[in-house]
Design a protein around this ligand. Structure first.
Ligand SMILES: Nc1ncnc2c1ncn2[C@@H]1O[C@H](COP(=O)(O)OP(=O)(O)O)[C@@H](O)[C@H]1O
Ligand SMILES: O=P(O)(O)OC[C@H]1O[C@](O)(COP(=O)(O)O)[C@@H](O)[C@@H]1O
Ligand SMILES: [Mg+2]
Length: 374
């Protein structure tokens, strides 16, 4: 039997633990199964352009603890890629490349967008496997994804550090934490860092409710407050506007109207940065306290992965190699407690794991006196 040739790529935002997962999958593929590993550069773009390098054992050495992705990444969509200034469906080209490169399977490490791309490639006949990566923790049917744990530690440390400066200056400090759809990172870091207010995309806020909480703290002798704001957090009014725009996309009667409605949703989603600064001004006006904004940004996903993400990346990578050896394709390797499970891509692609409003983390936050702004 000919030696199997397996392609691997990383797509979407980078996240700590990607290299650990490449290494975990690759070492098992090469040493345990005797396969050849082909690493595509820059996600789906490199796959479409057939830019790759063979990864041998030596190439996988020394990457366990490194941040980012040794392969590079991009946010390209396989069916709508900008090539030479034109939007093109690159799926046929990718299918050709996979045949030319004699690949038996393609492993895609990424988040929700990557699951959608992987599903499109699966539908085109490619043997795909998906490993869940994202600092947002918003992939369905898996306990968690690599990147989240490290980002949670970084964001928690930031909340801790902002406490002492907020306290010293009697200020409100709003810290914007990544997560434009789901608020897991802001919620986790807010609870772990003891934020006074946590604002999530899933729980629309009112400025009055937040100001009331800050005032109450002041009456009890705490003249400062730390507010953990998820990127996608919105006021009740803005959330209604977004829901309305999303409904327009769903109900659009033609592709043209759908494209227009989607643009409207994108514009509203992109307004989050302004939202945090606007909220700071509104809280200053309502409380008379000074307010400052700290955007944590890319610091949250840069640098070395923590032990949990190295372990998770390695486990999922090895489980992915075992899945391919067993002939299982069109699946995501999910984390389930101390075990892994294979979930069909059609159950993952296009779905988002939101924070349920009655989630235990939300109940715990409320129980220790943290406001959710509702
Ligand atoms: N995560 C944290 N990191 C560092 N200092 C903190 C943290 N949480 C609270 N503090 C400090 O504890 C003191 C009391 O804070 P406060 O928010 O008023 O009460 P509580 O301890 O009940 O949250 C303040 O000096 C504050 O700066
Ligand atoms: O890297 P970009 O394009 O600026 O995107 C930022 C977004 O990427 C994330 O870091 C997560 O990306 P993924 O969903 O691709 O893992 C979000 O938290 C953040 O909102
Ligand atoms: Mg506190």
């Amino acid at each position: 039997m000919a030696t199997k040739r397996i392609g691997i790529l990383t797509a979407g935002g980078d996240a700590p633990g990607l290299n650990a997962a490449i290494r975990g999958f690759g070492k098992a593929a090469i040493a345990e199964h005797g396969w050849k590993l082909i690493g595509f550069r820059d996600g789906m773009r490199g796959l479409a352009e057939n830019r790759y390098t063979e990864l041998d054992a030596k190439a996988l050495s020394g990457i366990l603890t490194t941040g980012g992705t040794m392969l590079g990444t991009s946010r390209d969509k396989v069916h709508r890629m900008v090539v030479d200034g034109e939007v093109r469906d690159m799926i046929p080209t990718i299918v050709e490349n996979v045949e030319k490169d004699k690949l038996d399977a393609l492993v895609c490490l990424g988040g929700g967008g990557t699951a959608k791309n992987a599903r499109r490639l699966m539908d085109a006949g490619i043997n795909v496997l998906h490993l869940p990566k994202t600092i947002d923790n918003d992939i369905v049917h898996t306990d968690t994804s690599f990147g989240f744990s490290t980002a949670l530690e970084i964001a928690t440390e930031a909340v801790d550090r902002l406490h002492s400066t907020a306290h010293s200056h009697h200020r409100i400090i709003l810290t914007e934490i990544m997560g434009h759809r789901a608020g897991w990172l802001a919620l986790g870091a807010g609870v772990a860092g003891g934020a006074d207010v946590i604002l999530l995309p899933e729980v629309p806020y009112s400025v009055e409710a937040i100001a009331e909480r800050i005032e109450r703290r002041r009456k009890h002798g705490s003249s400062f407050s730390v507010v953990a704001v998820a990127e996608g957090a919105r006021s009740v009014k803005d959330a209604e506007e977004l829901a309305h725009a999303q409904a327009l996309v769903k109900d659009a009667s033609s592709p043209e109207l759908k494209a227009m409605a989607k643009k409207g949703v994108k514009a509203l989603e992109a307004s989050h940065r302004a939202n945090t600064f606007t909220l700071a001004e509104q809280l200053e006006a309502a409380t008379g306290l000074e307010a400052r904004v700290t955007i944590l940004g890319y610091v949250q996903r840069g640098g070395t992965p923590n032990a949990a993400d190295r372990l998770l990346g390695t486990r999922l990578g090895v489980a992915g190699a075992n899945a391919i050896a067993a002939g299982k394709f069109g699946v995501m390797v999910a984390d389930r407690g101390h075990d892994t499970a294979l979930v069909p891509l059609k159950e993952v692609a296009g779905k988002v794991k939101y924070v349920p409003r009655d989630h235990e983390w939300i109940k715990a936050a409320r129980a220790v006196g943290t406001a959710l702004g509702d």
